[in-house]
Design a protein around this ligand. Structure first.
Ligand code: ZN
Length: 142
């Protein structure tokens, strides 16, 4: 009994260390927003356009200025709860394009635009804050 406990304990420790080294420390903070006064508090930014100048569309996301407009961002869900969120709130979509910026979006963070036709604010609220790795233009972001 004691031997089993020790073995399990070390396996869990090893897996946790592996997760930290290879995956967990590269996570991005993934949030969602819509075109409403709560999500975009500056009226002049609620003009129906992204910061890139393009008309707002489903598939655009906001990022830190370190990612250029037009960069392809792919979410890489790992845990079942992450997949569940992607399937329920993004209809399974994982590929997005950087089109927007935000004052509060700094560092390793992505803010997904949810148009009203896809549930808007309600869906963005339900998405909440999730932590996932991303690929930028096909390469895992550090
Ligand atoms: Zn909103």
């Amino acid at each position: 009994m004691k031997k089993t406990f020790t073995a399990v304990f070390f396996w869990v420790l090893l897996l946790a260390a592996a997760y930290y080294v290879f995956w967990g420390r590269h996570l991005y903070r993934i949030t969602a927003y819509c075109n409403c006064p709560i999500c975009i508090n500056e009226p002049r930014y609620r003009d129906g356009k992204f910061a890139s100048g393009k008309k707002i569309y489903w598939g655009g996301v906001a990022s830190d200025p370190s990612l250029r407009f037009g960069s392809k961002v792919e979410l890489v869900p790992l845990w079942p709860s992450d997949w569940n969120g992607v399937i329920r709130f993004l209809k399974g979509r994982t590929s997005f394009t950087v089109e927007d910026r935000g004052g509060k979006i700094k560092g390793k963070a992505i803010d997904i635009f949810i148009p009203d036709s896809r549930g808007g604010h309600k869906q963005a609220r339900k998405w909440g804050v999730r932590w996932m790795r991303i690929k930028v233009n096909g390469v895992f972001a550090p």
